[in-house]
Design a protein. Structure first.
Length: 275
């Protein structure tokens, strides 16, 4: 039999072969992958999830940090696992040569648990990351009880070099008292709540008083970006700036490309003075 005819026989046999399920009757993995290999593949897939929202300076010309979004919707049982994933992402960037601070959101009520703080401390200490890379984003800080109960846990985190952010600042008096007591490194305002009510100029003054960086979230309109600049805020993020990306994509964000994209939204003059 010639080589050509043998090839024809093999192709014909493959074509006529009955369709097989992805798993066989015994439940064994398809393609001969071991359970360890499948777990590794699934872990790799999870690490490519669109989980990281890029944060830029107010003008959109420089990447300044990232918000790890899965923690904003995590259940109580998912918090530690997602926090580990967020730390792993920050470590991945750092070992890849990019110093990208990551903001990891945690509800205020959980920071009152000494056991939960112990677990966070162990995870952070094991990584030995430089100060400034791990940022704790406190949210659901809405009443005096949660503010008082989480203070000790936050002070423990700060002693480890973790920076503090208040994520959902609304101007409530209880939040202002917390800012005065903790003096967080970042205060986050959601721009949508001020589209009709007017810009919170007094809130910006509050941030300046305590040397806190002002972050503006949910920037989705060109007018929002103009308001961010008018406020004198330090950072901005939202759909207009860039939607969430995977941790690998974050490494390849080019500041110059972002600057060009944002700058193109506004009329400007070139060197010849033409529009």
């Amino acid at each position: 039999m010639s080589p050509k005819s043998r090839l024809y026989t093999l192709v014909k046999a493959w074509k006529n072969k009955p369709f097989q399920e992805v798993r066989d009757a015994c439940g064994q993995p398809w393609l001969g992958l071991s359970s360890e290999a499948l777990e590794e593949h699934q872990s790799w897939s999870q690490r490519q999830a669109i989980s990281n929202e890029p944060i830029f300076n107010a003008q959109g010309t420089k990447l300044t940090s990232s918000l790890f979004r899965p923690l904003l919707t995590a259940t109580d049982t998912q918090l530690l696992r997602f926090f580990m994933e967020g730390l792993d992402t920050i470590t991945y960037w750092y070992r890849s040569g990019r110093f990208i601070p990551g903001i990891l959101p945690i509800p205020a009520q959980h920071l009152a648990s000494s056991g939960f703080i112990d677990a966070l401390s162990d995870l952070i200490l094991n990584l030995r990351l430089p100060v400034g890379l791990v940022n704790l984003g406190v949210y659901k800080l809405n009443d005096a009880d949660s503010i008082d109960s989480c203070t000790e846990g936050l002070l423990r985190m700060r002693r480890l070099g973790v920076l503090m952010h208040l994520l959902d600042f609304s101007g409530a008096s209880s939040q202002i008292r917390w800012i005065e007591a903790m003096q967080p490194e970042g205060i986050h305002l959601e721009i949508g709540q001020f589209r009709a009510a007017g810009l919170p100029i007094d809130m910006i003054a509050l941030g300046q008083k305590f040397q806190s960086q002002i972050y503006v979230s949910n920037v989705t309109l060109v007018k929002d970006l103009e308001n961010v600049i008018a406020l004198g805020a330090n950072h901005s993020y939202g759909g207009l700036m860039m939607p969430p990306v995977s941790r690998h994509q974050m490494l390849h964000i080019s500041d110059s490309r972002i600057a060009k994209a944002i700058f193109s939204l506004h009329p400007h003059k070139n060197l010849n003075g033409d529009k």
